[in-house]
Design a protein around this ligand. Structure first.
Ligand code: ZN
Length: 427
C-alpha cells in the first residue's frame, strides 16, 4: 500500500469514527497521527501518547479494515478524554509492566462496555472460537468487562481494584474458568493509557496541550449534554462522564463545606446544650459572677480510606477541602484526629500537615474497622468525616456520632444513615 493510500484509509477511518460517535468529532480531529514502521503487533491498537499523538503502524494500517481502525480511534480518544494517563494508580514498587497491563485492562473495560456493536467493525466479527469476544461485533482483541468476569458500568479504578484483589465480593466468579487476558503479545494502548513512556513514542511537541485537552474534554461533554437534550442516544458511560465533568468542581466543594459546617454546628449545639443547663453551682453561689461559658468546639475525626482503589489525587483534593473547612471554623490540630484505614484501622494521629500524613494501607477496604476505632477514642469525636470511594462494607446501624461521607467514586456506596457528599468532577 502506498503512502497516499494509507492516508486515505486513515481519513476514511476518522470520518467513520466521527460519524458513529458525533459527540467525539472534535476530539477525533484533534488526534495527530504519526506513521511508524517496524513495530509489528505492538501497534495493533493504534496507541496514543498523552500529547494526543496516535501511532499508526504502517503494517497495521495496511492490514486492518477501515471499520477496525475507526473502532480503535474511538477507543483511543476515549483513553485521552477520560484522562486515563493521569488516573493511572500504579506504583513503582511492583513490577511496573504487570500494573500497566492491569490498568490497560481496567480502562479498556471502562471504555468498551459503552461501545455498542454498531460502533464496531462488522468485518471484525469472527466465527466463534477461543478468541470470540464477549460482545458481538467487537474486535477479538477488545477487552470487555464480561471477558474479565466483571459487571458493566464500573469505573476503571473499580475494575483495577477488582482485578488486583479478585475477592468474590466484587462479583467476580470465584474460579479460574475466566478467559484470561490475551496470552500473545499483550495489546497495548500506549502511554495515553498510563502516562509511562513507550518505545515507539516520539519526542514531539504535544498536539494538544493539557489545557487544550481539558477544553476539548469540556466541549465533548457539552456536546453529549446537547445530544441528550435532543433525546439522542448516548451510551450510559459517556453520560456519567459528561455529568461529572460538567458539574462545576466548586459545587462539590461548596456542598462538602456546607455539610461539614452544618455538622459542626449540630455537634457544637449538642455540646453547648449540656453547658446551658441551669447550673446548680450558679444557684448555690448567688452574687458570684461566673466566667462566661465558652461554646466548646466539637472534636472531629477524619477517617481516610487508603485502600488501593483510591488515587492520591482524589484523596488530596478531598482532604484539602475537609481540613480547609475545619481550619476556617477554628478546628485546629488539637481537635482533629486522623485515622487511616484499609482492611484495618491504623493508629489515630493528630494531624499536623497534610504532607506529613503517611498514608498507610493499600489493601482491601473495611471502613467498619475505622469507624470502630474512631468511636473507641476517648472522648469520642463529635463528628466523623469519612473520605472513601465507598467500596467498603458499612455498619448496618448508625453509630452514635454524626457521620459525613465524602464519596470519591460516583459508583461507590454510602450508608443511608450518613450524610453523603459526592466528591469529584475534576475528571
Ligand atoms: Zn485501550
Amino acid at each position: 500500500m502506498t503512502s497516499p493510500d494509507l492516508w486515505e484509509k486513515w481519513s476514511a477511518a476518522r470520518v467513520r469514527a466521527a460519524h458513529q460517535a458525533p459527540y467525539l468529532a472534535t476530539a477525533l480531529l484533534s488526534l495527530d497521527p504519526v506513521m511508524v514502521t517496524g513495530t509489528s503487533g505492538e501497534l495493533r491498537r493504534f496507541p496514543t501518547d498523552p500529547g494526543w499523538h496516535v501511532y499508526a503502524g504502517i503494517e497495521e494500517l495496511a492490514r486492518q479494515s477501515v471499520p477496525e481502525v475507526a473502532f480503535w480511534l474511538v477507543h483511543q480518544v476515549t483513553h485521552l478524554l477520560r484522562a486515563h494517563a493521569r488516573r493511572y494508580p500504579g506504583g513503582v514498587l511492583e513490577p511496573r509492566r504487570e500494573e500497566q497491563h492491569t490498568w490497560n485492562l481496567a480502562t479498556d473495560a471502562e471504555i468498551n462496555d459503552d461501545l455498542t456493536p454498531d460502533l464496531s467493525p462488522e468485518t471484525a466479527t469472527r466465527p466463534p472460537d477461543a478468541t470470540t469476544p464477549a460482545r458481538p461485533g467487537l474486535p477479538p482483541d477488545a477487552t470487555t468487562p464480561a471477558r474479565l468476569g466483571l459487571p458493566d458500568g464500573w469505573t476503571a479504578e473499580q475494575y483495577w481494584h477488582a482485578l488486583r484483589d479478585p475477592a468474590p465480593q466484587h462479583g467476580r466468579p470465584e474460579h479460574d474458568s475466566l478467559p484470561h487476558p490475551p496470552t500473545t503479545t499483550p495489546a497495548d494502548c500506549g502511554s495515553g493509557c498510563d502516562g509511562l513512556p513507550r518505545a515507539w513514542d516520539h519526542d514531539l511537541p504535544p498536539a494538544l496541550s493539557p489545557t487544550t485537552a481539558r477544553l476539548t474534554a469540556l466541549d465533548t461533554a457539552r456536546r453529549i449534554r446537547e445530544r441528550l437534550n435532543a433525546q439522542d442516544d448516548v451510551p450510559a458511560g459517556w453520560r456519567r462522564w459528561a455529568d461529572q465533568l460538567l458539574e462545576p468542581s466548586v459545587n462539590w466543594r461548596h456542598h462538602l463545606s456546607a455539610r461539614v459546617r452544618h455538622g459542626l454546628t449540630q455537634a457544637a449545639g449538642r455540646v453547648d446544650y449540656t453547658y446551658r443547663r441551669p447550673s446548680r453551682r450558679a444557684a448555690a453561689l448567688p452574687g458570684v459572677v461566673l466566667p462566661s461559658l465558652r461554646q466548646p468546639l466539637p472534636s472531629v475525626t477524619v477517617l481516610i480510606d487508603t485502600s488501593g482503589s483510591i488515587t492520591e489525587t482524589m484523596l488530596d483534593q478531598a482532604l484539602a477541602e475537609v481540613t480547609g473547612v475545619l481550619r476556617a471554623v477554628g478546628i485546629g490540630r488539637r481537635l482533629l484526629t486522623v485515622i487511616t484505614c484499609d482492611a484495618r484501622a491504623y493508629r489515630p494521629r493528630t494531624l499536623t500537615r497534610i504532607s506529613d500524613l503517611h498514608l498507610d494501607g493499600g489493601g482491601g477496604t473495611d471502613l467498619r474497622a475505622g469507624l470502630a476505632a474512631a468511636l473507641a477514642t476517648r472522648p469520642p469525636p463529635d463528628l466523623i468525616i469519612a473520605i472513601t470511594d465507598g467500596r467498603t462494607p458499612w455498619p448496618h446501624h448508625p453509630p452514635g456520632t454524626r457521620v459525613i461521607v465524602a464519596l470519591l467514586d460516583p459508583a461507590g456506596r454510602a450508608p443511608e444513615w450518613a450524610e453523603t457528599v459526592r466528591v469529584g468532577g475534576t475528571s
